[in-house]
Ligand binder design. Structure first.
Ligand code: GUN
Ligand code: ZN
Length: 432
């Protein structure tokens, strides 16, 4: 028998709470359940009803814990796991001081494998069931990540990071090798098991026009794959881009001009956008990815979540190791804090939607992951809403789900993650 009944509080969404009222699209049960069969969710309902209709299904009862879709991290860098929380630099200095030296170490396939496995296990421990990762320029770093994810049954997105200028010796490819390696990796991994490939120019300062042209050509050959990069993260970076691409209308144009703007494009950060850039991103149905802990940690700026989420696909992401936490709870908290600094209180329903359904939609995986509904793969996270004394004393006096959940969003971490299921199986790995 492959079916299994999970009981507890349940939270699911039937629409976008940034567009429709959150009250209309959120569905909460204080005593609900989901039925898993052959790795997928086949029924969602009230606990008593599901027990009656499936009397022989094995049951795991999580009591008052909250069953939600597993978190979907829409932008991160697994090679930077070991340099997370490195002190004192803003973007360009941070890349040169900490990031590039560390990424060079992933030339060693054993180091890449160990880093990938550590990252995947950290993600699961924090309730994140899908990662969307930049790798390094080394093809072996892509194999290491996809192999580690496959061993854990996880749906992941990843690609070889391409850079042919403004990076140190040993961390540069060429226009041709970036095209050839990306094509070979894409053919090897895209659609294999739960793997999705993303063509990955790091950002326009580290790619020549020749390399951007080559990767744009590859995307035109394979428009079914994703493309991920960075966009308008920090003001000195934007000045740098302006100097490198004097013909470009703006930062987005350095991708658009080379065939790297499209509906399956994922643009990380997107903080300092011009009106033209916003209009173009919306027009082509591209996704922007909000990385709030990174934006405060690296000192980048305040993303316009409320404004952009009403107009285009937005995903939520840790951006580790520029981001300062592996936790999507902490990431939601940072999104809330940035919202407050911009004068908008983002509702907990919107934060939870963004970390699950919103990110899944940004990755073009709506209904497959990040969704507590029939037909989705059973990637599930169960949250203990009283995981520390400080959270519990606050939750104990809560009078609604949102009042009970918000303290965990703001103060929770991996201790709040009671259980994780990936493709219908409980996760047993623990980070060493
Ligand atoms: N821009 C280009 N590369 C990176 C990176 O690794 N992290 C962040 N946060 N921004 C980038
Ligand atoms: Zn990034």
């Amino acid at each position: 028998m492959t079916n299994h009944l999970l009981l507890g509080q349940t939270l699911r969404f039937s629409g976008d709470p940034f567009v429709d009222g959150w009250e209309d699209v959120t569905h909460h049960s204080t005593r609900g359940g989901i039925l898993i069969d052959s790795g997928r969710i086949v029924a969602v309902g009230e606990a008593d009803d599901l027990r009656r209709t499936h009397p022989t299904a094995p049951v795991t009862d999580y009591g008052t814990a909250l069953i939600t879709a597993g978190f979907v991290d829409a932008h991160m860098h697994y090679p930077q796991t070991r340099i997370i929380a490195s002190w004192g630099k803003q973007l360009i200095d941070w890349l040169n001081t900490y990031t590039f030296p560390e990424e060079m170490r992933l030339a060693d396939p054993a180091y890449a494998r160990a880093t990938a496995e550590r990252t995947l296990d950290l993600a699961l421990a924090h309730g994140t069931t899908t990662l969307t990762s930049f790798c390094t320029i080394h093809p072996g770093s892509v194999d290491a990540f996809f192999e580690g994810a496959a061993a854990r049954g996880m749906a992941v997105v990843a690609g070889k990071t391409c850079m042919d200028r403004n990076a140190p010796d040993g961390l540069r490819d060429t226009a041709q090798s970036a095209y050839d390696d990306s094509k070979a990796l894409l053919n090897k991994w895209h659609g294999v098991g739960r793997a999705t490939y993303a063509i990955t120019p790091r950002f326009s300062p580290t790619s020549t026009p020749d390399q951007l042209t080559a990767l744009g050509a590859l995307w035109a050959e394979r428009p079914d794959v994703l493309m991920q990069t960075h966009l308008s993260e920090q003001l000195p970076e934007i000045d740098w881009v302006r100097g490198l691409f004097p013909q470009a209308r703006d930062y987005l144009d350095t991708y658009e001009a080379f065939g790297l703007l499209g509906p399956r494009g994922l643009y990380g950060h997107a903080i300092h956008l011009t009106d033209r850039e916003k209009a173009r991103l919306a027009e082509v149905h591209a996704s922007v990815i909000h990385c709030p802990t990174s934006n405060t940690f690296i000192g980048s700026g305040l993303f316009d979540l409320a404004g952009l989420a009403a107009r285009m696909r937005v995903g939520l992401a840790t951006d580790t190791g520029g981001g300062s936490s592996f936790s999507m709870l902490r990431t939601m908290a940072a999104a809330y804090e940035i919202g407050q600094l911009r004068g908008t209180a983002i509702h907990p329903a919107q934060l939870m939607w963004l970390a699950t359904e919103g990110s899944a939609r940004a990755l073009h995986m709506t209904g497959q992951i990040g969704h507590l509904g029939t037909g989705a793969v059973a990637d599930i996270t169960v949250l203990d809403l009283g995981s520390t004394p400080a959270i519990k004393q606050r939750t104990d006096r809560a009078t609604s789900l949102w009042d009970a959940l918000f303290p965990t969003i703001m103060m929770g971490d991996d201790r709040a993650v009671r259980a994780v299921w990936v493709a219908g199986r409980p996760v047993t790995q623990r980070v060493a």
